[in-house]
Ligand binder design. Structure first.
Ligand code: HEC
Ligand code: HEC
Length: 441
């Protein structure tokens, strides 16, 4: 396109969309465009499987969904769009520990990426939404995210915007409904596929696609590091996750699980449903209970979904509460055996990884970067590397080597970790108040 034409186009669009110039700038970035599926490692069969038969992809739906995704008029104060917290420039996250929504209010959870989210078997860190479509009412009606009073209020608001009437007519052949808002946005999200990483090329047979250090990291990932046991990868798990829920101790240090679980059960017995779980997850200290809010099963206390590992160097910080700043901090967390609590997953044990082995693991994780983010990721890698040489808040070498903590003196009885230690007695996993779990469903 000639430069003058580009400028003219810029002026015209600015005039039309002056209300949301930031979101519009985001929407026009190359990183926001629908992606080609012609990528090394792209799981073609699975992709067809995850597109629901009642919502096939069409160009009209994808383009409408894109408009909606970047339109801040979907929020109560016309300031938050989906892209506020899922910015394509930041790997479709906000790169904040926890997200900031309407009137500068912070929630309790870190925003995961929308990239490849169509492959998640459930949505959200606790899996409370079954599909991309069902996920969308969460942020729109959450009072501290986009703040709309109800799904009906959203429909009424969009019906008053003339250009949308035509776009919905074209995409769905009718007037605006919430169901179709969901279907359009989900269709756009299903175009955000991100594979084609150096590691995908390595798996496809290109031995030179990754460094020797990354190859050592891959071996550790499968072996001593035990990452593979939860972050498995195969043609049905292309995101390096088992899509299951595990308590790996992330919220253990700040949650008093049993009283919190009792409080949550009392509230959920009065008022159940997705919206109430969303409120507890985003707005209260019960957030750290994780999957328990959805299933009310004691074994799910503090359990969160195993997150995928692609493009980690543009989606920092890490974990459901954004509590770890670097990949070295994440690995330090695993290396020392997580944070002890009575609900800790049995797969979390001290790993005995040396410093250079941790470096190797990070070098491997860095190879999971899609080409469009290579530059950003390299810069972030350098920054994290530098920081990791001096600043390691999670490092506990004695625990990692089994010389203190759960394997050290004081924990050497016949029952090992799960014996009736003092901490375990204080927080008995089954002690939620003697209520039959079924009565609360
Ligand atoms: C105020 C910030 C904010 C806004 C606005 C927002 N999100 Fe999110 N999004 C989050 C957070 C935080 C989570 C994780 C919440 C949780 O798991 O409890 C999330 C989770 C998701 C997920 C699940 C991803 C996964 O891996 O589980 C998808 C998909 C998503 N958002 C899409 C959207 C769409 C579409 C919109 C607009 C309708 C939107 N978000 C608006 C912050 C936001
Ligand atoms: C027992 C299962 C399990 C094992 C083993 C495991 N993980 Fe995880 N991983 C999880 C879960 C669950 C989460 C989310 C936890 C949370 O936020 O509370 C997670 C989160 C992560 C994250 C953060 C992702 C993000 O977007 O925030 C990274 C990085 C990660 N794991 C890397 C690893 C590496 C490297 C290893 C091996 C050293 C490993 N994991 C071993 C279950 C596991």
């Amino acid at each position: 396109m000639a430069r003058s034409k580009l400028i003219l186009w810029g002026v015209v669009t600015l005039a039309i969309f002056a209300f949301s110039s930031r979101a519009l700038a985001q929407a026009n970035q190359p990183l926001a465009q629908p992606k080609s599926t012609n990528q090394v490692g792209f799981p073609t069969d699975l992709y067809h499987w995850v597109i629901p038969p009642d919502n096939p992809l069409t160009p009209a739906k994808v383009s409408l969904g894109k408009e909606l995704f970047f339109d801040s008029r979907l929020s109560a104060d016309d300031k938050e769009s989906c892209s506020t917290c899922h910015d394509p420039q930041k790997g479709f996250t906000d790169q904040l520990p926890t997200s900031m929504g309407i009137h500068a209010q912070f929630g309790q959870r870190n925003a995961p990426s929308v990239l490849n989210a169509m492959f998640n078997t459930l949505q959200f860190w606790d899996g409370r939404a079954p599909t991309l479509e069902a996920q969308i009412q969460g942020p729109i009606t959450n009072p501290i995210e986009m703040g709309m009073a109800s799904m009906d209020a959203e429909v009424a608001k969009l019906r008053a915007i003339p250009e949308y009437a035509a776009d919905f007519q074209k995409a769905f052949g009718g007037q605006i409904t919430f169901h179709d808002i969901e279907r359009a946005i989900a269709s756009y999200e299903r175009t955000q596929v991100a594979f084609d990483s150096p590691f995908d090329r390595f798996l496809a047979g290109d031995q030179k696609a990754i460094s020797d250090q990354a190859k050592r990291g891959w071996a550790l990932y499968n072996g001593q590091g035990r990452c593979m046991s939860c972050h498995g990868v195969n043609p049905t798990q292309p995101l390096f996750t088992d899509f299951k829920f595990h308590n790996i101790g992330v919220s253990a240090h700040k949650s008093d699980f049993v009283p919190l679980a009792r409080k949550a059960l009392a509230l959920l017995s009065q008022k159940g449903g997705l919206q109430e779980i969303d409120r507890l997850a985003i707005q209260t200290d019960m957030s750290g209970l994780g999957r328990f809010l959805v299933t009310k099963q004691p074994h799910d206390i503090g359990g969160f979904r195993t997150m995928g590992l692609r493009n980690l160097l543009v989606t920092e910080p890490y974990f459901h509460d954004g509590s770890q700043a670097t990949l070295w901090d994440v690995i330090d967390h695993y290396n020392k055996g997580g944070v002890q609590n009575p609900y800790l997953d049995g797969g979390i044990v001290p790993l005995g990884l040396s410093e250079s082995q941790e470096d190797d693991l990070v070098a491997f994780l860095a190879t999971l970067t899609s080409p469009e983010y290579t530059k950003q990721a390299q810069k972030e890698y350098q920054e994290q590397f530098k920081r990791s040489r001096t600043d390691r808040p999670q490092r506990d070498e004695a625990a990692a080597m089994g010389l203190s903590g759960r394997n050290g003196p004081g924990f050497s009885g016949p029952f090992g970790d799960i014996g009736p230690g003092e901490a375990a007695m204080r927080e008995n996993p089954a002690d939620l108040g003697g209520r039959p779990v079924d009565s609360l469903k």
